[in-house]
Ligand binder design. Structure first.
Ligand code: SF4
Length: 437
């Protein structure tokens, strides 16, 4: 039996990266290695990087340099993921302290690398993700919430996005693997699923030409103990009436839709290659609001896309002020090497981008405050997650993990269980207060 290693994993970036490293952790344990929290105690450190935008790249480089400082004789440093996929050759030359560089499709090499070290190398073949290794690897559960990944990669042509280059074209997991994983997790006490992919609506189209997502969601929703199923990362063009039926049939169990719109101005949407326009998006939101008025809708916008005029930004700002969106994330456009939009001559200055981001978020916070005030006094089910001093933090079915507002309650609320009924009493700066009933 090759010597066991203690491995520490540093994960950056999106939920898909977290899913990759969760798969790696299970594989390492299945192969007899230990996964340790403290990199200083480890024989090997894996830094799984993100390269989505400039800020994410900087964060990844900082994490690699930090891990490099912990390197002592015999300790291995492995860097993997999107930064390797996008800038592999450059960082191979600039980071001599790193022993191996693995692209998004090469993560399965890590266990063997620990038992049979190789000369310093880089491998970025076949971009993708780390989904279902051959051997079945039971998932560990920590708490009532878990993600469920449907696929890896993306086949949409969005002109600003590097993901198809970093993670490859869409590769769907089999319905059987997804349902087996969901069954296993719900049997272990998971009551809330966040359904993830680059575009959840595209699941299955690469294998069966159509998406059977509505049927899959119903089956996950019917599993014993499952309370909430959140649908994340839905491209608007992939949203179907079949999905709307699922939400309308059971709005308690399917309370949340994350659908990145990226912009609302038709010219901007066309130049972003989003395959939709303002009329199409407004009609879609109206259809959703008509059939499921209480659905929580999250979206993402990009400000400062090349050529974005004051008038086009104003259109987006007014759309946000109209209050269609419950939760919103926004980014300044990032000129990503290898994307069509990066080659455009009409890039906007950073200060213009930053000003637009501030204006958009300020407009959104006014909307968020108004929506939050309208919920005060109401009874809601709250999942309790972490204690903080003499309080405990949680979320209602309207808040996704890590990205939306939180609910703060007196610590004594924990005595009532994990999911409790509470009355919302106050709201300030993305935080509700509530009292248990
Ligand atoms: S759908 Fe999302 S992941 Fe795919 S190319 Fe567009 S922005 Fe990128």
């Amino acid at each position: 039996m090759p010597p066991k290693s203690k491995v520490s994993i540093v994960t950056l970036g999106c939920a898909k990266n977290t899913a990759d490293m969760d798969t790696l952790t299970r594989l390492l344990k299945a192969r007899g290695h230990d996964v340790v929290a403290d990199p200083a105690q480890a024989d090997a450190i894996v830094v799984h990087t993100c390269s989505f935008i400039e800020a994410a790249k900087k964060e990844s480089i900082d994490a690699i340099l930090q891990a490099g400082q912990l390197k002592t004789k015999g300790k291995r440093l492995i860097v993997s993921g999107c930064l390797v996929q996008q800038h592999g050759d450059q960082i191979f030359n600039e980071l001599p302290e790193v022993d191996a560089f693995l692209g998004t499709g090469q993560l399965s090499q890590i266990p063997d690398l620990l038992s049979t070290p190789r000369e310093r190398f880089i491998d970025r073949a076949r971009p993708g993700g780390f989904m279902d290794p051959d051997e079945p690897l039971p998932r560990e559960v920590n708490g009532p919430s878990a993600y469920l990944r449907l696929s890896e990669g993306c086949s949409h042509p969005c002109s600003f996005c590097v993901i198809p280059r970093l993670r490859g074209a869409v590769q769907s997991r089999s319905e059987e693997m997804i349902l087996r994983e969901a069954q296993e997790l719900s049997a272990k006490g998971v009551e809330e699923f966040s359904i993830i992919a680059q575009d959840t609506g595209d699941w299955g189209r690469d294998v069966q030409g159509t998406s059977k997502l509505p049927a899959l969601l119903r089956r996950v929703g019917q599993m014993p103990g499952v309370r909430w199923v959140r649908l994340m990362y839905m491209h608007p063009v992939s949203f179907s009436d079949g999905l709307l039926d699922v939400f309308a049939e059971d709005p308690e169990r399917f309370p949340y839709l994350d659908m990145p719109l990226q912009h609302i101005d038709s010219q901007m949407l066309s130049e972003m290659k989003r395959k939709t326009d303002e009329t199409g998006l407004r009609r879609l939101i109206e259809r959703i609001r008509t059939r499921v008025p209480e659905l929580t809708l999250r979206t993402t916008f990009i400000v400062g896309f090349p050529g974005e005029t004051d008038a086009q930004f104003e259109r987006l700002l007014n759309f946000v002020k109209e209050g269609h969106i419950d939760y919103l994330g926004a980014f300044t456009y990032s000129q990503e090497e290898g994307t069509p939009a990066a080659l455009r001559a009409d890039q906007l200055p950073d200060d213009v981008k930053k000003d637009r981001l501030t204006a958009l978020m300020d407009a959104y916070y006014v909307v968020a405050e108004k929506k939050a005030q309208s919920r005060l006094g109401k009874l809601e089910t709250v999942v309790l997650e972490e204690s903080e001093g003499d309080t405990v933090l949680g979320r209602t079915r309207r808040e996704a993990p890590e990205i939306d507002a939180v609910v703060r309650l007196p610590r004594s609320a924990s005595r009532k269980g994990r999911f409790i009924t509470a009355r919302l009493t106050g709201y300030d700066a993305y935080e509700f207060t509530a009292v248990p009933q």
